[in-house]
Design a protein around this ligand. Structure first.
Ligand SMILES: NC(=O)c1ccc[n+]([C@@H]2O[C@H](COP(=O)([O-])OP(=O)(O)OC[C@H]3O[C@@H](n4cnc5c(N)ncnc54)[C@H](OP(=O)(O)O)[C@@H]3O)[C@@H](O)[C@H]2O)c1
Length: 230
């Protein structure tokens, strides 16, 4: 995650921070650091940045799709994974392009996600996994990403609601922060971690320092997450 000094993940601070994209370099470039096979995002992050709150064109009369997961392998060995249990994201293609990164879109649904939305994804050849019934079973989702799609490293890439719901469940082993050299003091922009009723609690979590690297006025800071389950 890239944040302001006051822990914001979006907002005016970005316009006065040093330019350069250390976050992108570490996460995605071949000479970067993490080389994840999956980039996991919350539904709001995907709508804000990529699908822009369009409504998916659903066929409510679509024939019943086969039960279970829909597996399509990525030709790029990289997946952009969205948690979208209500089936809201209006993709228009299965190919995801971010700077020079290409990935296959992959959706995480539950058994309650509508048949019409699953048919919409199948029409676009977008793979999906079913994890949970009424609510997301996050450990099962991660297990399926590993077992069915071969993902060894998944980057939990925000926003704050998704990040905190996974950290509360002990599902994150490392926190990697690119701290930008600016702040804006806003109280109405999203933060790095955000407890949300129905998705997460606000049990405190501690972190153990791992490494720090200054890059000009930007700092790359890493911690182990102390509640991580092995
Ligand atoms: N600076 C950075 O590095 C960075 C990185 C990523 C994002 N961002 C910014 O962060 C902002 C969005 O963050 P956010 O915290 O508001 O939202 P978010 O975490 O992106 O998305 C929250 C939504 O995702 C779904 N979701 C998340 N966790 C879930 C769970 N455990 N179970 C079921 N559904 C779950 C829910 O979707 P439904 O509402 O559909 O149920 C929830 O409302 C955007 O402005 C984005 O640009 C910044």
């Amino acid at each position: 995650m890239a944040t302001s000094l006051d822990g914001k993940i979006n907002g005016a601070y970005a316009s006065v921070a040093d330019s350069g994209n250390l976050f992108y370099h570490l996460a995605f470039e071949s000479d970067g650091y993490y080389h994840p096979q999956g980039w996991l995002s919350g539904r709001t992050t995907t709508d804000d940045n990529f699908t822009h709150y369009a409504k998916p064109d659903l066929d409510e009369d679509a024939p019943e799709v086969p039960a279970g997961d829909f597996i399509v392998k990525s030709p790029w060995d990289m997946y952009y994974v969205s948690i979208d249990i209500h089936g809201r994201l209006a993709w228009d293609s299965s190919e995801f392009i971010y700077n020079d990164t290409h990935a296959l879109v992959l959706e995480v649904l539950t058994t309650k996600t509508s048949n019409a939305y699953k048919a919409f994804l199948r029409k676009l050849n977008i793979p999906y996994i079913i994890a949970g019934d009424d609510e997301l079973d996050a450990p099962l989702a991660l297990k399926k990403l590993k077992d069915l799609f071969g993902m060894e490293t998944v980057m939990l890439g925000g926003g704050g609601v998704l990040n905190w719901s996974f950290i509360q469940q002990g599902l994150c082993d490392e926190l990697s922060l690119v701290l930008k050299n600016s702040a804006d003091g806003s109280t109405d922009t999203p933060t790095l971690f955000s407890a949300t009723k129905g998705l997460s609690e606000n049990k405190p979590v501690s972190f153990t320092f791992k490494n720090v690297e200054p890059h000009g006025s930007t700092v790359w800071l890493r911690y182990l997450v102390d509640n991580a389950k092995s």
